[in-house]
Design a protein around this ligand. Sequence first.
Ligand code: MG
Length: 257
Amino acid sequence: MVTLRSKDEVDKIRHSAQIVAGTLQLLKSMGAPGVDTGDMDKKAEEFIRDNGGEPSFLGYHGFPASTCISINEEVVHGIPGRRIIQEGDIVGVDVGVYKNGYHGDAALSFPIGEVSERAKELLKVTEESLLKGIEAFRPGNTLGDVGHAVQSHGEKHGFGIVRSLVGHGIGTEMHEDPQVPNYGKPGSGLKLRAGMVCAIEPMLTVGDHDVKTLSDHWTIVTRDGSLACHFEHTVALTENGPEILSVVPTGEKVSAD
Ligand code: MG
């Protein structure tokens, strides 16, 4: 069942999503060769709690950390603390925050030092795909329009579109209906209505779109070992179109120090 959110509820989701955005900026600022992803996770948790929130991911179905940090061939759900960041990596950070009864969820990816041209293109096109999907998230359109916008942009540049993981509605639960696939046919699927709040989250790969789960039961990697990239925003659908909620408010402090 898809829940339509009131203005007051959207305000609360926005507040949580803004803390997410600040946490992502902090994580990005920490990314450098030699950094332990476990230390990044600890700083992120501190930042979330300093802002009065709780990390949505910690303990979610037993997940052992406050953030997901996924490097190179890891698509999503990487457990912090297993890897040291290296020059040439691409690093994806994914954060959820729960506060005042509502969740926010977002992710971004960034390069460490010099990365390959194809890696740079993957980062750029994945973020663009997210923005294309958000543009299509408007009243009167359908979920198929959103998926099609993401998929067609990614495929135009020769990238794989991960299909077995999808975006989702978000609110009092981190994962709510509807599922938001990153592929689809224009005009197909659920009709979009003002009041819907969704996390839209394309995952693109340099190679094939097929993925597998590692023996830690969490980390999802590309089956062919190719590079993967993930960007995500929490987006509210208003009468006038989409509003991205997971952005740091202008002029506010975005780092913990
Ligand atoms: Mg999500």
